[in-house]
Design a protein around this ligand. Structure first.
Ligand SMILES: NC(=O)c1ccc[n+]([C@@H]2O[C@H](COP(=O)([O-])OP(=O)(O)OC[C@H]3O[C@@H](n4cnc5c(N)ncnc54)[C@H](O)[C@@H]3O)[C@@H](O)[C@H]2O)c1
Length: 395
């Protein structure tokens, strides 16, 4: 029995959630070291997983433990780059939560460190593992709607989820990056994958229009939930500021247009104050139309024609992550135990992050952005994408 020693950096909600599902996969996977600057997260981790793991005083101490095989990082996004690079430099395999990093320079440093290490990297793009999205990808790839021409997608968040973001560490760009990067990098990644190209031109508008002090009365008007929790503050957060009064520099609503290098055009919409939350896609191809919502778990497809009818391709997966968490843990365990290369890695993390950087630059500057400028700095072509190039990048 070959034991795999895991060191975890960042033991908050997501760190513990992935660990819980991962350790359940195989007894050979062992939690060997942990680090988190917040003693509450350390205490919860010891409560959930026992006290056999060494509690380290720094992130570096975790990566430098000779017995550690895999480092799992679920810290604030602003720490991902330094921690991932340190883990690669120490010769470890890495699982890191999304988004990859906060800016292009950090992405480049991570790409370089990954290439030099020759180690595996897996990014926490949970939705990539969801049977719902795997089905959509397969339907598009198998030509059920012909060639994809244009599409819409969105991520509108339940108002309590929005309140959590605005009262948490994620409310500040210096900690988390923009709202698009922190929250919607999943959705951007899914569309990059389904469209199978890279963004060529992007435009975007957005603003902070709802979570402002003048709207604080909205929470009072709604009142409290049955369990006594205040509207907009029902989620557990380590920071838990009033979402209307908190200092923040992210938007609470944003729209974007992306024109991909292969000609596919796409629109995106996010809003953090939804009564009817959605994570929806609507794809139009030369031969058919597909519409889907992961929260409801629906996938419908209709071929163009006079006698065609709506076909139901819904999987049983639904909800925020569409059943992806469990499958991610299973495949990550397979990488750890059997050296199976992760299906989603650094290149996908980088492509999603860079697409977000370009969209947010368009929003911040109020102009259409040529995303090719980013790809050229990374020495990546616009049209390629995905696996072939990622293998090339490792050589
Ligand atoms: N894949 C997904 O679907 C998904 C969902 C939620 C969050 N995430 C990502 O997971 C990461 C953690 O988010 P979360 O929801 O668990 O937040 P959280 O606030 O619950 O936990 C974050 C933890 O990081 C710790 N931390 C802060 N600075 C640190 C440092 N320098 N080194 C180590 N730990 C540090 C905090 O003390 C806290 O315990 C983020 O990158 C977030 O984007 C991914």
């Amino acid at each position: 029995m070959q034991r795999v020693n895991i060191g975890v950096i960042g033991c908050g909600g997501m760190g513990r959630s992935v660990l819980h599902k991962l350790l359940a996969c195989d007894q050979r996977l062992c939690l060997t070291a942990i680090y988190d600057p917040d003693s509450r997260s350390i205490a919860k981790t010891r409560e959930a997983f026992g006290d056999s793991a060494k509690v380290c005083a720094t992130a570096r101490a975790v990566v430098e433990m000779p017995e550690i095989d895999w480092v799992m990082i679920a810290s604030w996004n602003s720490r991902h780059c330094e921690q991932v690079v340190a883990a690669f430099e120490a010769g470890k395999h890495v699982f890191c939560q999304k988004p990859l990093a906060l800016n292009l320079d950090e992405c480049l440093r991570m790409l370089q460190a990954w290439k030099q290490s020759g180690k595996m990297f897996n990014i926490g793009f949970t939705l990539r593992y969801s049977p719902h999205y795997r089905k959509i990808k397969q339907l598009v790839e198998d030509g059920h709607i012909g060639s994809l021409i244009s599409m819409e997608f969105n991520e509108t968040l339940d108002f309590n989820h929005g309140g959590y973001i605005m009262g948490d560490w994620r409310r500040l760009r210096k900690n988390a990056g923009t709202h698009l990067l922190e929250k919607c990098c999943h959705d951007i990644d899914l569309v990059n994958w389904i469209v199978a190209s890279r963004a060529a031109r992007v435009a975007s508008f957005g603003g902070l229009d709802f979570f402002v002090p003048e709207n604080a009365d909205r929470a009072k008007l709604i009142g409290v939930r049955e369990d006594g929790k205040k509207a907009y503050q029902t989620w557990n957060s380590l920071i838990d500021l009033d979402p209307f009064q908190s200092d923040k520099d992210i938007v609470d609503n944003q729209v974007a247009i992306i024109e991909y290098a292969n000609g596919v055009r796409s629109t995106f919409h996010t809003n953090c104050n939804a009564a009817i939350p959605e994570r929806r896609m609507y794809l139009l191809g030369t031969e058919g139309t597909l519409r889907a919502d992961v929260l409801a778990g629906t996938i419908q497809l209709k071929r163009i024609g006079f006698d065609t009818h709506l076909e139901d391709f819904s999987t049983t997966s639904r909800g925020g992550h569409g059943g992806g968490d469990q499958i991610l843990a299973k495949e990550l365990a397979d990488s750890m135990l059997n050296q199976r290369p992760p299906s989603v890695g650094l290149m996908e993390g980088l492509e999603s992050a860079v697409t977000c950087f370009a969209i947010d630059e368009a929003m911040d500057r109020g102009t259409v952005i040529d995303a090719g400028v980013y790809w050229r700095q990374l020495q990546l072509s616009q049209v390629a994408g995905g696996q072939v190039e990622s293998q090339a990048a490792t050589q």
